[in-house]
Structure formats: C-alpha cells, structure tokens
Design a protein around this ligand. Structure first.
Ligand code: GLY
Ligand code: MN
Ligand code: MN
Length: 464
C-alpha cells in the first residue's frame, strides 16, 4: 500500500497554504464570503470500471491533495480563531483501503496539507449551509457543472428554509475561477521546476520515438515508444491524446490514434507529451520515416522552423500574446509565396497575403496557447479592458515574466490542383514550450533535436 509520503504532493505545503491565503485576501478585499471548490467527479467508463481519476486543476493548485471525493471551502469572513481553510475528504476505511489503497482521512489530511480544519465528505451537505449562512457572498465555479449548480441550489435552499429563525442566505453568487485564472497564469518557481521535468521526460520520449522509427512501422508502434518512456520516467499519464500521424494523416490536426503504416518517403508528425505531478508538457516534432527529408519536405520544414524561430524571438515580456503568432504568420506566408504553394501572380505581395488571410488553408491554427497544469491552460488571452483592435475585440494580453506558452507553427498542404504536386500531403508542425523570462523566453523542450540535420543525425545513429 502507498504510504502518505509517497502520495504527498512534491510541492511544499507552505506553497499551497500561501496560494489559499492569496485567494482569501482577494475575497476579503471584495467584502468576504465563502468559496467552495470540489476536486472533480470520478467518471464511469463502463459498468463498475472508472476512467482514471484526475483531480480538478484549480483544486489541486490550492491544496496539493488528490484523493477523489474532496471539497475545499475557504471562509473569507472567518473571525479570529475560526477556521478559514477547510477540507472535506473521505474518511479512513480499512475495507475500502484494502481495495483502493491509502486514504488520508480528515485528521491526517489537515495535518499533512496544512488546513485549519477538515471534515468527512459525508458531512458536506450539513456543514456547508451552516458555513454560508449570514455570509455576504458565495464564490464557486459558476455554471461549469450541472451537478455543482444543483448542489449550490440545495445548500441555498437549506439556508433559506431557516429564514424565519433570522438566518440569511448569501445575497450574491460570484464566479470563483477568474481569481484563480490570474494566479495560474504566472508560474512560480515550484511550478516551473515541475514543468521542466515534465518537458525533459517528453523530450526523451520524442528522441526514443525518432530512434525507434523505421519505414514500414505502424503509427501505434511508434506511439508505444512514447507511452513507455512517459511511464518509465514516472509521468502519470499523457497530458493529452497523443498524435502520431504518418504521411497525409499529418494534415489532420487532431488525428486520432491510428494504425496506418509509415511508408518510405513519408513524414511522421508526433504531437505527444506527458503530464507529471499535475503539470503538462506539449511537444510536436516532424521527421522522415526513413531518416532522410526529401528536398520538398526539407524546404517546407525549414520554413516552419524559421517561423518558429521568429515566434520564439517575439516571445518576451511586454509584448502582446499575439506578437509570436504575427511573427510566424509572416515567415509562413512568405514561404508559401516562395514555394509557389500560393500563386504569386494572384497577390500584391506578403502584406496582401496577410491581409487576405490567404495562408489559412495551409495554416489554420494559432501559434500558441497557455500551458501549465492543463495543456491548454487557464487564463484569459485578452486584457480585461483597453482600446478595441480592428475586429472590435479587446486587446491581446501582454506577456509577463513567468507566463508559460507553446510556440507551435505548422504548414499542412493537402493535395489540390492549385498546389505544386511535389508538396502534396506534407504536414509539418514544430512545437516547444516556453517560459517568458526577463530576457525573452526559455524553451523547456529543446532536449529533443529540432533542426533537420540534427534529426537526421539522431536517426542515422540508430540506423547504423
Ligand atoms: N497537443 C495539443 C496542442 O498542441 O495544442
Ligand atoms: Mn500545443
Ligand atoms: Mn501539441
């Protein structure tokens, strides 16, 4: 059976306590109230078999606790000596622990994770109405789950039923997550340390996959190398569904797990990375099944690589979240003109291609997204206010030191009459994870080669 130490989060208790204090301070500044945050539901896969349990990232961010059936309550109206940070969790249960493993139980959880008080989860419906009575506001993840909405309605109804004895229900319900989104957007040193380790494992997995690949292998055989490497190094799971796409499949952006054969002359696009201790990584590499890029593949590959370099260069504090995307678009669009994939005679030049979004059939996604506990991490992409842009939208968020985002340009060229045949069915994406630093940004995922020559050299080593 696992011991409590093995199950405890690698982040120090003080870090979680300090995060809860920040939330409490923010709620106090808004007049106080109670915040309620459950961990996530266990989901049935079929009959009595569950999907692997995965905590809710917001809950884990504030607690480090990841047993199912838990809820955090923060009391920002607590008087001196009253508990402000309260955990509800499963009780110890010798029989269930024989089947499912160790449970902390409220007392040990309070001690190990630094809560002011802890109760059995079975007491939630009795305790919460007591806690929210006469408080000015109730904060929770408003409208994100029908189940939670229903529970909140029930708790409010219980308080309102006591109105004749002079008890009042909170006068307002507020969305809790925006406060947490802002906190999660800027990563602290502990988070960056875990993300670094996750990135390192994922990079090793990509190197293993490149080394293992031979023409004639099936996509799932290559995927197996990735999954094996994630687990071998202690990552709990893939951070998202792995993509291993050979040949034309690489032009399908969310290609599902497949069994196609990677043929001699095909490129293989792998977008796969692990989650470690609650943090995601996200890497894409594209490489030739036989270890040698064809001239056409190499030409497009180098355009995507140059687009990524331009986007990385544009990733620094004080610039707009959109700056890396615009930088990548310029390089990709120029490449589409230079290769004749976009017919030069139809456009007045690069500016015209950009203004008409003529690149869109070949590059239809953005160049990055926030990354952290979730692969597409929490946080707004636009400022709360500011002058609208040409499309009437609020301005893009300004990058700050400690933010984490991916840099992932690509080109996806399907067979089409208007496109020179040599480029048909080539899909390329190159993706790394960046932390914004004072000097610009640091790429966490570069332990796997990215230059075409380096990829060929790595594959040659394993073919020798
Ligand atoms: N792998 C998901 C993404 O790149 O956004
Ligand atoms: Mn990504
Ligand atoms: Mn990805």
């Amino acid at each position: 059976m696992n011991s409590p130490t093995e199950l405890a989060s690698p982040i120090a208790v003080d870090i979680y306590r300090a995060r809860r204090e920040r939330v409490l301070a923010a709620l106090r500044a808004q007049g106080g109230g109670i915040a309620i945050l459950p961990i996530a539901q266990e989901v049935m896969r079929n009959r009595d078999t569950d999907y692997s349990f995965r905590h809710d990232s917001y809950f884990y961010y504030l607690t480090g606790f990841n047993e199912p059936e838990a809820t955090l309550v923060l009391n920002a109206s607590a008087k001196d000596g009253e508990p402000a940070s309260i955990l509800f969790c499963r009780e110890k249960n010798a029989e269930r622990e024989t089947w499912e493993g160790f449970r902390f139980g409220p007392d040990a959880a309070r001690e190990a994770f630094g809560f002011d008080a802890a109760f059995p989860i079975s007491a939630l419906d009795e305790e919460v109405p007591r806690m929210i009575a006469d408080k000015p506001a109730l904060y929770y993840a408003l409208g994100t789950s029908a189940e939670l909405d229903a529970k909140v309605r029930g708790w409010l109804a219980t308080v309102r039923a006591q109105s004749r004895s002079g008890v009042r229900a909170p006068a307002k319900a507020e969305h809790l997550l925006p406060i947490l989104d802002e906190m999660r957007l800027v990563k602290d040193a502990h988070e960056i340390a875990i993300m670094r380790r996750a990135a390192s494992i994922s990079a090793e997995a990509h190197r293993c996959a490149m080394r293992a690949t031979r023409s004639g292998m099936r996509e799932y055989e290559i995927e197996a190398e990735l999954l094996y490497t994630f687990r071998r190094h202690g990552a709990q799971a893939p951070a998202y569904r792995s993509i291993v796409a050979a040949g034309a499949n690489a032009c399908v952006l969310h290609y599902p797990p497949g069994n196609a054969i990677a043929r001699d002359g095909d490129l293989i696009l792998i977008d796969a990375a692990c989650e470690l201790d609650g943090y995601a990584s996200d890497i894409t590499r594209t490489f030739p099944a036989n270890g040698r890029f064809t001239p056409a593949q190499r030409e497009l590959y180098d355009i995507v690589l140059a687009a990524q370099a331009a986007a990385v260069e544009a990733t620094r504090p004080g610039v707009s979240f959109d700056a890396p995307h615009q930088a990548a678009l310029k390089v990709l669009s120029q490449g589409l003109l230079d290769t004749g994939i976009l017919d030069k005679t139809k456009f007045g030049g690069l500016d015209d291609v950009l203004a008409q979004r003529a690149y869109a059939p070949f590059y239809m996604h953005r160049t990055g997204h926030w990354i952290g506990m979730d692969v597409h991490d929490a946080g707004e992409y636009r400022e709360a206010e500011g002058p609208p842009d040409e499309q009437g939208a609020r301005p893009w968020r300004m990058l700050l030191t400690g933010m984490a985002l991916t840099v992932e340009p690509g080109l996806y060229v399907r067979a089409a009459e208007s496109v020179p045949e040599g480029y048909w069915n080539i899909g390329i994406r190159i993706e790394d994870d960046a932390i914004v630093t004072e000097a610009g940004c640091e790429l966490l995922t570069r332990e796997v080669p990215v230059a075409a020559d380096e990829i060929e050299a790595l594959m040659r080593e394993s073919n020798d």
